[in-house]
Design a protein around this ligand. Structure first.
Ligand SMILES: Nc1ncnc2c1ncn2[C@@H]1O[C@H](COP(=O)(O)OP(=O)(O)O)[C@@H](O)[C@H]1O
Ligand SMILES: [Mg+2]
Length: 506
């Protein structure tokens, strides 16, 4: 056992250790202090110089060395000058379990490197989701971090980080892992068409279950064309997607009540408004719906050239929900759709899934169903403060009460501070990647499941793919290193080859 240092002062929550000469501890590094029967998992949160010599003496000695090229040395430099590491206790470890730390490690206790056997308390949950490898500072340890996927997904996952810090890569790794599991179905709204891997490695290369892929751009073999019948639309689907004035909304509901599923066609075709509706209102509805749904009118005929179709696509929404209920991953390529149409499609699927799961709950069969999770980029578009001022929408309903019905969000954002506090606090698992902007970090720290107040610096300094998981379903805020997605795929392909040719070495 290599001793890395020794605890010399401090108090609960902020221990100070003297670092052994020649060792270089890092911010974020995990350490163990073990004395008698007390074993505590510690993490470095700050580093500082320490010295036995006064500042004046140190300045004098440096001056002599610099100005007079004197090779005067300080007596026993290693003994007199050293580094101090500030540590916070994460958990105290019993034989097999870990509990929140309520005691101080022994005074003068020595600290050592973390070993695999120390963290055997991080047992594999029944329905896990793999996030990456345990990370100590910037070193990835050979230990998989698996969180309880069923709980985490129903209670929402937030992935906050600045652009380029690895949000999409993390999402791809999680989706890859989910493809190999049956307990969850995930709907992915993919505005960058980056997950399926049309022209690169992607989820399509998974050796097990296949992801279902909907796109409007010349679907590759095995993919589905994204066409949705306009008759599947209901006025409520527009909530959170576009804002209508009160008279406009009333008109939508009136048409829907009168003409049932044909309501959109009636609005677009009718020359005279229904009684009680202003002509101007009808004209605005016609214009906005034509634009939004890419439907045009010519010679009294409607033509569609977007996602929303006048004849095809009757079962698309229910097909997608069927797949989600079977625990599949469904990716919708929304790269060529406007943000509003992307959200509209998402809103239709989520509304259907939500109402099905409500029904399952009433019928007492919800426990037989997989969790459904909805992955959404730029989540503040629908669960941000500004969006919610326009009233609730299906995504905010999921954020607020989806857990009762086993439906959750995986919300990705660069700007968590735009999400109201109550919703942020409701997102019980946060996988925090690098965030340099202080107000964004603050929003996360203030709503984290564990006390991250000492981790400001660590969060700002997280490199690509380095993350901290703070969750109600983990014993402490776990530092992780996310693998690079392409490498995960290549590794799976290699082991597939090995399975096919067992003699092959590689
Ligand atoms: N875990 C990782 N390990 C190594 N490199 C990574 C990792 N995650 C991301 N990267 C690199 O950073 C780039 C940006 O990642 P990306 O996931 O697209 O970020 P974001 O979605 O947050 O903008 C990737 O192209 C990749 O090269
Ligand atoms: Mg991204």
């Amino acid at each position: 056992m290599t001793v890395l240092g020794q605890i010399v002062s401090g108090g609960f929550g902020e221990l100070v250790a003297r670092q052994k000469a020649g060792i270089s501890l890092e911010i974020g590094e995990l350490l163990i202090s073990e004395a008698a029967d007390k074993k505590v998992l510690l993490q470095v949160y700050n580093l500082q110089y320490g010295s036995q010599l006064s500042q004046q003496t140190r300045e004098l000695v440096s001056g002599m060395k610099l100005e007079e090229e004197n090779d005067l040395e300080i007596l026993d430099p290693e003994l007199r000058n050293y580094n101090l590491a500030f540590l916070k206790p994460l958990v105290s470890i019993d034989k097999k379990s870990a509990v929140l730390c309520k005691v101080l490690p022994n005074f003068f206790a020595q600290i050592r490197e973390l070993q695999e056997k120390d963290i055997s308390f991080l047992a594999t949950p029944k329905n896990p989701i793999s996030i990456g490898k345990l990370r100590s500072g910037s070193k990835a340890l050979d230990f998989d971090v698996l969180i309880d996927g069923e709980k985490a997904l129903t209670h929402h996952i937030l992935i906050p980080a600045q652009t380029g810090k690895g949000k999409s890569n993390l999402a791809a790794c999680m989706l890859w892992d989910a493809l190999g599991r049956d307990y969850c179905g995930i709907l992915v709204l993919d505005p960058h068409d980056e997950y399926y891997g049309r022209n690169k490695l992607g989820l399509k290369d998974h050796p097990g279950k296949k992801a279902v892929y909907y796109t409007i751009n010349s679907p590759p073999a095995g993919a589905m064309t994204l066409k949705i019948n306009v008759r599947s639309l209901k006025p409520s689907h527009f909530n959170g997607v576009i804002s209508w004035s009160d008279p406009q909304r009333e008109a939508l509901y009136l048409y829907n009540r009168r003409y049932k599923s044909e309501w959109i066609e009636r609005i677009l075709l009718d020359d005279e408004p229904l009684e009680g509706i202003n002509e101007g209102t009808l004209a605005v509805l016609k214009r906005r719906l034509q634009w939004l749904l890419s439907i045009s009118l010519s010679d009294g005929q409607l033509y569609s050239d977007g996602v929303f179709d006048l004849t095809a696509g009757n079962t698309t929404i229910s097909d997608i929900c069927d797949d989600l209920e079977k625990g599949k991953v469904v990716i919708i390529d929304t790269s060529s759709l406007s943000g509003s149409v992307e959200l509209l499609v998402g809103s239709m699927v989520c509304s259907e899934a939500f109402s099905r799961y409500r029904g399952h709950k009433r019928a007492g069969i919800l426990h037989e169903k997989p969790v459904i999770s909805v992955l959404l980029e730029e989540a503040p578009r629908v669960i941000g403060k500004e969006a919610l001022e326009r009233g609730p929408n299906i995504f905010s309903s999921i954020a607020r009460e989806g857990r009762k019905f086993k439906i959750g969000l995986i919300a990705i954002t660069q700007l968590p501070s735009l999400i109201p506090r109550d919703i942020l606090a409701n997102m019980n698992t946060k996988i925090v990647l690098g965030i340099e902007m202080a107000p964004e970090r603050k929003a996360i720290i203030d709503s984290a499941a564990q006390d991250l107040s000492q981790d400001e610096r660590a969060i700002a300094a997280l490199d690509k793919g380095e993350a901290i998981i703070t969750s109600h379903f983990t014993k402490f805020a776990i530092p992780v290193k996310i693998p690079l997605f392409e490498e995960v795929v290549k590794k799976a392909e290699k082991s597939k080859v090995k399975l096919a040719f067992p003699g092959l070495k590689g």
